[in-house]
Design a binder for this molecule. Structure first.
Ligand SMILES: Cc1cc2nc3c(=O)[nH]c(=O)nc-3n(C[C@H](O)[C@H](O)[C@H](O)COP(=O)(O)OP(=O)(O)OC[C@H]3O[C@@H](n4cnc5c(N)ncnc54)[C@H](O)[C@@H]3O)c2cc1C
Length: 405
């Protein structure tokens, strides 16, 4: 586990006790596509490429799904971190609406994966709520509701008079079927199980230490000297991309999560809806299949190599108090897990997908922003199309150089 990026005991890796282990690389091999990184993003890429009959290898330097993937809250929502009106500072309304619709498409993709291969990852479709408890933010939620309604999204507006939740709410926007939740550890492993069944080769404890670029292929050099010769290399290393580029991809923050023990009732949390408030930084909440509550947020700037334990404990206390004050009718809220993780965001809330500017065989798949998992799905689908020489024009939204001046 990378000490800089994850702190504490992440809930999802802790509760999943029967961990499958993949071998490490002990020979030189050749493949069409080599994916570096065995988190949820690498697993998604492995699934889409192998499903499209592309010979695929995944290299993970430590254990599958044990870095950011172990701490993601896994709220899957089509909406971006910022509201449509706020995004217009960085991109066009047309692009933001396109991204929202792509988010819905990614949700459909997960649903179709589950329908095909069974629900082995505690997947559950959910409505989502974006709300404010502040009078002066009431209007901005209404504006967002109007914009979404006008553009065909299935949304409902609620206010103090129609509030069905136990917490203070001045205005709220409910997106019907606008989200889903899952267990990211199980989902990553299910994707890899399916892809290894259809030919993908997966290696753990196999760190990539160098890339040697040739005209038509790349030699991927691993820690113990074995190489993977690949036509294309996909960087799915999450927030650590230093080995591949000096480009600074996103603004890193640390975000905090607390998870309760299973609770016996959900009074005041209608339909176990996925919740996000309108604060900056915001709080986000979900439930789990074994009846726990998760609250996250209280983000601070990420400082490499330094973990401020006192600050983290203050943040966990704030989250616990907020949870208890929001859900005063839920009995016996007791905290079981506390952990924090690094997170990267971009001005337009989108990740990075596509080829490197210098090395045409080096491609990125970086699901940054709060919708990292959904955009990893879209990105993997786009890269699969690119591999088949049928580039998808929506990939321009995720171009790696889009913020270059
Ligand atoms: C607390 C928290 C809450 C979040 N909540 C949400 C949410 O609700 N919804 C959402 O969509 N997203 C959320 N995110 C973002 C989400 O976690 C990320 O989008 C996702 O986990 C990133 O997965 P990944 O596979 O890209 O990265 P990682 O899980 O970090 O995986 C990258 C992998 O690459 C490996 N690696 C790195 N370098 C090398 C190398 N040289 N050789 C081989 N392997 C290497 C690492 O060991 C690691 O396993 C959240 C993030 C945090 C921190």
């Amino acid at each position: 586990m990378n000490i800089q990026y994850v702190q504490g005991t992440p809930f999802f890796t802790d509760i999943n006790k029967n961990k499958k282990q993949y071998p490490y690389l002990t020979e030189n091999i050749e493949t069409d596509v080599c994916i570096i990184g065995g988190g949820v993003t690498g697993a998604i890429a492995s699934y889409y490429f192998s499903k499209n009959n592309v010979k695929t290898v995944v290299l993970e330097k430590k254990r599958i799904a044990h870095l950011s993937t172990s701490v993601t809250t896994s709220l899957l929502q089509y909406e971006l971190d910022d509201k449509l009106s706020e995004l217009q500072e960085y991109t066009t309304l047309e692009n933001s609406l396109k991204a929202y619709n792509l988010g819905l498409k990614a949700l459909e993709e997960i649903e179709s994966f589950i329908n095909t291969y069974e629900n082995k990852c505690d997947y559950k479709k959910r409505d989502t709520l974006l709300y404010t408890a502040k009078n002066n933010e009431k209007n901005s939620i209404k504006i967002e509701y109007d914009l979404r309604k006008k553009n065909g999204f299935d949304v409902e507006y609620i206010d103090e008079n129609t509030n069905k939740f136990s917490f203070d709410l001045k205005s709220g926007l409910i997106s019907k079927n606008g989200g889903a939740e899952l267990d990211p550890y199980k989902y990553t492993n299910q994707l890899l199980d399916v892809s290894s069944d259809i030919g993908s080769k997966i290696y753990e404890n196999t760190e990539v230490i160098d890339l040697v670029h040739y005209e038509d292929y790349i030699d991927v050099v691993t820690e113990f000297g074995y190489k993977v010769k690949a036509k294309k290399v996909i960087v799915a290393t999450g927030y650590n991309t230093k080995l591949f580029t000096s480009r600074n991809f996103g603004t890193k923050t640390t975000t905090f999560n607390v998870v309760t023990k299973p609770v016996s009732n959900f009074d005041g949390w209608e339909d176990k809806i996925l919740i996000r408030d309108n604060c900056d930084p915001y709080n986000y909440l979900r439930t789990t299949m074994d009846n726990r509550l998760i609250i996250g947020g209280e983000d601070v700037s990420f400082i490499p190599d330094i973990f401020d334990e006192k600050l983290a404990n203050e943040k966990y206390d704030i989250l616990e108090c907020r949870l208890k004050s929001m859900f005063k009718y839920i009995d016996n809220i007791e905290i079981d897990f506390k952990y924090s993780g690094t997170f990267a965001s971009t001005p337009d809330n989108l990740g990075f997908v596509g080829p490197d500017n210098k090395h045409k065989n080096l491609w990125y798949l970086l699901g940054y922003g709060a919708n990292g998992i959904l955009f990893a799905i879209l990105g993997a689908m786009m890269l699969t199309q690119l591999y088949s020489c049928e580039p998808n024009k929506d990939m321009n939204l995720f171009k790696i150089d889009r913020f270059d001046k």
